[in-house]
Write a protein that binds this ligand. Structure first.
Ligand SMILES: NC(=O)c1ccc[n+]([C@@H]2O[C@H](COP(=O)([O-])OP(=O)(O)OC[C@H]3O[C@@H](n4cnc5c(N)ncnc54)[C@H](O)[C@@H]3O)[C@@H](O)[C@H]2O)c1
Ligand SMILES: O=C(CO)[C@@H](O)[C@H](O)[C@H](O)[C@H](O)COP(=O)(O)O
Ligand SMILES: [Zn+2]
Length: 400
C-alpha cells in the first residue's frame, strides 16, 4: 500500500523534490535536457574565408586551440589544406592522423585518440574536438567525445557519402567489440556537422556505391520519388561523385538527409525500437562482421535489403515487378544483391542477435511496395531459408 505523504503534511518544493522531512525516505529525480544540433551544408569548408570550423567553440586566454582528428586517407589527399586552414586562422592545432576502416573501428583506436587528447590538453566545454573522416572515424571520435570527461563537444566534417547522409547526421557513436558490430556505443550527436560535398570528389567509386546503398534504404522505406531519382540518375551519380553543377545529386542528398532526420528527431534515443531506418540492418550487422573486410557496410546493408525485398514479395507486400525494379537499381548502383556469406544458419543467428538488440522482438522492417514500410515479428528459419534461395537465384543472375 502506498503512503500518501501529502496526508502527513509533506509537501513538494518548487523544484519537485519533497521539502526536507524525516518521513521521506525515497527521492525521485526528474530532469530534462534540451538537445539541439546543427547540420549545415557548406561549399568548400576549407576556404580560408570561411569561419564555420573556427567559430564554433571558444578561446582560452585569447588562444584558439583545437584537437583535430583526420582519417589517414583524407590526410594524404586534403591534409595540406586542413593544416593551412587552421594556420591561417591562427589556431594552435594538434592533428591526430588515424587510419580508419571497419577493421580498426575498435576501442583501442578510441583509447589511442584519448591519450593524444590528454597530451595536448583541451578545455572540456570550449575546445571542441574536430573530426574529418568517414562513418568509421566519426563513430569512434563521437564515442571518444561522449566519454572524455563524460562529455566533450565535437564537430564533424564527413568526408564519405555514408558520412554525409547517415553517420554524420544522427546521434549514434560506437565501436565494434567482441566480434560484434557497434557493440559499444553511446547517443551523443556532434554539436555541428559541416557537409561539404567536395570531399566526395576523391572517394573511390566503390565507396560512392556504398553510400548510395544507405540512400536506397531511405528511398525504399519512405520515399518513392528518391527511388525514382536513383533509378534515373544512379549510374551518373556513381560517375560524377556528386561534383560540379549537379541538380540530381543535390536533390538526392537533401531528400536522403531530410528523410533520415524526419525519422531520427522524434526518436533520437530510440525509445521506439520499431525504426524504419533500421531497414537493411537486421541481418547485415552479423553478415558484415562475418565477411569483414570483404563487404563494406553499405554492401552488407544492400544484401540485407535484397533478402528482405524477396521476403516482402513472398508475403505479397510487393509485386514481382517492384521486386525486380529494386534489384535492377541495386545492379545499376553496382551494389551486390547476393553474397555467398548469406547462409541461412548465419542469418538465423543474425536475427537472434538482432532480436536482443530490439529488446525481445524481431521488429523487422519490411518494404510495402516501394516507399512504405511495415514491421513483422513472425519470421521463421524456414522463411529465411526459402527467401535466401530465391535471392541467390535472382542476385546471382543480376550480379553477373
Ligand atoms: N553512427 C551512425 O548513425 C552510422 C550510420 C551509418 C553508418 N555508420 C557507420 O559508418 C561506417 C561506414 O562509414 P564509411 O562508409 O564512411 O566508411 P569509412 O569511414 O571506413 O570510409 C571509407 C573509406 O574511405 C576513405 N576515405 C574517407 N574519406 C575519403 C575521401 N574524402 N577521399 C578518399 N578516401 C576517403 C577511408 O579512409 C576509408 O578507407 C560503418 O562502421 C557504419 O557502422 C554509422
Ligand atoms: O540509426 C541510424 C542513424 O542514426 C541508421 O540510419 C543507421 O543505419 C544505423 O547504423 C542502423 O540503424 C544500425 O543501428 P545499430 O544496430 O548500430 O543500433
Ligand atoms: Zn547503416
Amino acid at each position: 500500500m502506498s503512503i500518501n505523504l501529502a496526508d502527513r503534511g509533506v509537501v513538494r518544493s518548487e523544484s519537485g523534490l519533497y521539502v526536507y522531512s524525516e518521513q521521506v525516505d525515497s527521492w525521485v529525480v526528474r530532469t530534462q535536457k534540451p538537445v539541439s544540433y546543427e547540420i549545415r551544408f557548406v561549399d568548400d569548408v576549407l576556404d580560408p574565408r570561411r569561419r564555420d570550423l573556427v567559430d564554433f567553440g571558444g578561446r582560452t586566454d585569447g588562444r584558439l586551440r583545437r584537437f583535430v582528428v583526420v582519417d589517414s586517407k583524407v590526410d594524404l589527399l586534403h591534409g595540406d589544406r586542413i593544416r593551412a586552414y587552421f594556420d591561417q586562422h591562427g589556431a594552435e592545432c594538434a592533428l591526430s592522423v588515424v587510419p580508419a576502416d571497419e577493421t580498426v573501428k575498435d576501442f583501442e583506436t578510441a583509447a589511442r585518440i584519448v591519450r593524444e587528447i590528454d597530451e595536448f590538453g583541451i578545455n572540456r566545454r570550449t575546445e571542441p574536438i574536430i573530426v574529418f573522416g568517414g562513418g568509421v572515424l566519426m563513430d569512434i571520435v563521437g564515442l571518444v567525445g561522449s566519454l572524455y570527461r563524460r562529455g566533450t563537444p565535437f564537430v564533424r566534417v564527413p568526408t564519405t557519402l555514408i558520412g554525409l547522409v547517415d553517420a554524420g547526421v544522427g546521434a549514434k557513436t560506437g565501436v565494434n567489440f567482441n566480434g560484434h558490430k557497434n557493440r559499444l556505443g553511446t547517443y551523443f550527436p556532434a554539436d555541428l556537422t559541416l557537409l561539404d560535398r567536395s570531399f566526395l570528389g576523391t572517394v573511390d567509386r566503390r565507396h560512392i556505391g556504398n553510400g548510395l546503398a544507405e540512400i536506397l534504404k531511405i528511398a525504399l522505406i519512405k520515399d518513392l520519388r528518391l527511388f525514382e531519382l536513383l533509378e534515373e540518375h544512379g549510374p551518373e551519380l556513381l560517375g560524377n561523385k556528386f561534383q560540379g553543377h549537379n541538380r540530381a545529386g543535390d536533390i538526392v542528398l537533401r531528400r536522403a538527409i531530410h528523410g533520415m532526420l524526419e525519422e531520427l528527431q522524434p526518436n533520437l534515443w530510440e525509445a521506439t525500437l520499431e525504426r524504419c531506418v533500421d531497414y537493411g540492418h537486421t541481418f547485415s550487422p552479423t553478415v558484415e562482421m562475418h565477411a569483414l573486410p570483404a563487404l563494406l557496410h553499405g554492401e552488407a546493408v544492400c544484401v540485407d535489403m535484397a533478402l528482405t525485398t524477396v521476403m516482402a514479395t513472398r508475403r505479397g507486400l510487393m509485386t514481382e515487378a517492384e521486386c525486380h525494379r529494386v534489384f535492377e537499381v541495386m545492379r545499376r548502383l553496382e551494389l551486390p544483391s547476393w553474397d555467398p556469406h548469406l547462409r541461412s544458419d548465419l542469418l538465423v543467428k543474425a536475427l537472434q542477435d538482432t532480436v536482443r538488440h530490439r529488446d525481445g522482438l524481431q521488429r523487422l522492417p519490411l518494404p510495402v511496395g516501394i516507399g512504405d514500410v511495415t514491421f513483422v515479428n513472425d519470421v521463421t528459419a524456414e522463411e529465411i531459408a526459402a527467401a535466401v534461395e530465391n535471392q541467390r537465384v535472382i542476385g546471382t543472375a543480376r550480379n553477373v
